[in-house]
Design a protein around this ligand. Structure first.
Ligand SMILES: [Zn+2]
Length: 71
């Protein structure tokens, strides 16, 4: 399915960007690498177009942030 305008406007691969109001949170996973700050990956599904997204808050990953989930 084609992405809606709101999903197309999401800036990927950059931390601190926000999603949009039609994203519905579907889950949250916490991962704690040894000696590092915890990483939280939050899963969302768009209630308009059904696109699935992950948002990672990993401070050590230069391309953390919004990622579209394939499938
Ligand atoms: Zn959408």
């Amino acid at each position: 399915m084609a992405k809606c305008d709101a999903c197309n406007a999401i800036v990927t691969d950059r931390r601190g960007e926000r999603g949009h109001d039609a994203l519905v949170e579907t889950g949250r996973e916490k991962f704690q690498p040894l000696g590092q700050a915890g990483i939280v990956t939050t899963s969302y599904t768009c209630s308009i177009c059904g696109t699935k997204w992950h948002y990672e808050n990993d401070k050590n990953d230069p391309v953390a942030g919004w990622h579209e989930v394939a499938g």
